[in-house]
Design a protein around this ligand. Sequence first.
Ligand SMILES: Nc1ncnc2c1ncn2[C@@H]1O[C@H](COP(=O)(O)OP(=O)(O)OP(=O)(O)O)[C@@H](O)[C@H]1O
Ligand SMILES: C[C@@H](N)C(=O)O
Ligand SMILES: [Mg+2]
Ligand SMILES: [Mg+2]
Length: 369
Amino acid sequence: MNGTIGNMSNPLRIGLLFGGRSGEHEVSIRSAAAAARALQADSNRDRHQVLPFYLQKDGLWQGPAVAQGVLESGQPLPSDDRPVDRAALWQFPPEASTVDVWFPTLHGPNGEDGSVQGLLQLMQVPWVGSGVLGSAAGMDKIAMKMLFAQAGLPQVAYRLVTRSEVWSNPCVFPKLCDQLEADLGYPCFVKPANLGSSVGIAKARSRAELEAALDSAASFDRRIIVEAAAGGKPREVECAVLGNDQPIASVIGEITFESEFYDYDTKYSDGAADLVIPAALPAPVVDRLQTMAKEAFLALDCAGLARVDFFYVEATGEIFLNEINTLPGFTATSMYPQLWEATGIPFPELVHRLVTLAIERHTVAQGAQ
Ligand SMILES: Nc1ncnc2c1ncn2[C@@H]1O[C@H](COP(=O)(O)OP(=O)(O)OP(=O)(O)O)[C@@H](O)[C@H]1O
Ligand SMILES: C[C@@H](N)C(=O)O
Ligand SMILES: [Mg+2]
Ligand SMILES: [Mg+2]
């Protein structure tokens, strides 16, 4: 890594972009607060100058004066239900044009899905994380699974369902449920295809639960994925990936919890889940997980960072790749920074490496044009 990127006489202006039109808006504020602290840690003080930008739930941009307050309070700005003035959506805070490198800590739709990445690409500035393709493919669980299948990575059985099938006439819906029962059995997991933090996900153990879960998922997304459950109560293990074309993989972490599955409350309520880092796993399993994590990252053309989530069925030795998150939770207690801390890269060094990787990728992309 080039230690001279950003220095006392010329610190990089980092545009920390958070909030967003997403069900993971609140999580994004927490991730941004932790990233801001790491970017301004003592070892980074001369390297970065942080300019926070807040994307309200209605899509309006707020510059550093307002965004700093949101970061400090941890509370989203209230948004009303009135339609937004379209002209206002085109008004970016003036400080945006002075940013050297963007650092999105946006999670979910309209942020992690390629939309913001497309905007930044048009603006011709470097940004941390994947490009349009990796972001979009990593966000849509159906597209993601198709690419993983193509790369030969092991996954549970799944079916694509569309909102129009769920909210169709009363003759079609029962047939759809019959088919899902026959193909996947119970329990199964019903998920909006484009979301994260388990928002909108339900475990269905019966026909009534399947019907309710499909109806609920359809309220979040046009595309829904229904998955067979990974063997009994599988162990949930995760690997962090860092890099561009030659990514490296972290040690493996495990999540343990008492609840039925790793749902939103379990993820974000203090004490509901424990992270075990490194996970107690046989060395060959660790090797396979790390190899698969890098293969998953490359299969989607990811860049910068990603966290890859797996199920490990101890009784059979099976590993199923669950998903990739191209902008994973980034709070100080989140798995991604903790995995790197345990691998030997402290949080402040991690954010600086991500900034450096963003510049490196931008330089390569510019060179190709
Ligand atoms: N096929 C499955 N078998 C068993 N458990 C599952 C399955 N799919 C999901 N789960 C449970 O639901 C949780 C959330 O699923 P998933 O990781 O796909 O959602 P997400 O919303 O993308 O989460 P995040 O992005 O926060 O990691 C998993 O961690 C696991 O506890
Ligand atoms: C933020 C959440 N989607 C995660 O992957 O951690
Ligand atoms: Mg996810
Ligand atoms: Mg997950």
